[in-house]
Design a protein around this ligand. Structure first.
Ligand SMILES: [Zn+2]
Length: 162
């Protein structure tokens, strides 16, 4: 990645992480910033696939609100399960022990969190793009990138295993 790209990407990520930290991600469109240096507003300024830029921005912002595994996070995972009609629930211990069913529920939650973030970025500005994780389907590079981000979020929030 060219150096100028990298600094714009870091600036963009920094802006959205700050917003997430202040719990203003949902109203991100209303937060003033230099749109000319924002890769969500101006994805054409980067040489990379805009999908990966958007997913990266969301993935780096999520830990600001969910820095670590706690009961609150477990409740959020269970809420997602219930929302999708799953009767199963998981416990903090299940996730700590990385039980397979709990990890499935976890990955489901992470994908939903990424999806929600992408939805919020789509209304960021008149020039921001609309993406969903479905846009990765059938595109091996994008699919690999999403998997990588799910692993990143698992390590960042649940901690590295072993
Ligand atoms: Zn912007």
């Amino acid at each position: 990645m060219p150096a100028e790209d990298k600094s714009l990407l870091e600036e963009t990520i920094g802006h959205f992480r700050r917003i997430a930290r202040e719990n203003r991600f949902a109203e991100n469109a209303a937060v003033p910033h230099d749109a000319d240096r924002c890769l969500v507003c101006r994805p054409e300024k980067a040489s990379e696939d805009p999908f990966t830029i958007y997913v990266e921005v969301v993935a780096r912002s999520i830990p600001e609100r969910r820095p670590a595994l706690d009961e609150d996070l477990v409740a959020a995972v269970n809420e997602d399960l219930a929302l999708y009609g799953e009767s199963q629930t998981i416990t903090l211990g299940d996730l700590e022990q990385r039980k397979e069913e709990a990890m499935e529920a976890w990955r489901f939650w992470v994908r939903n969190a990424l999806e929600t973030g992408l939805e919020l970025l789509s209304v960021h500005s008149p020039t921001s793009l609309e993406f969903s994780l479905e846009d990765a389907q059938g595109d091996p590079a994008r699919e690999r990138f999403v998997d990588e981000k799910i692993r990143f979020l698992t390590d960042a929030i649940l901690g590295r295993k072993g």
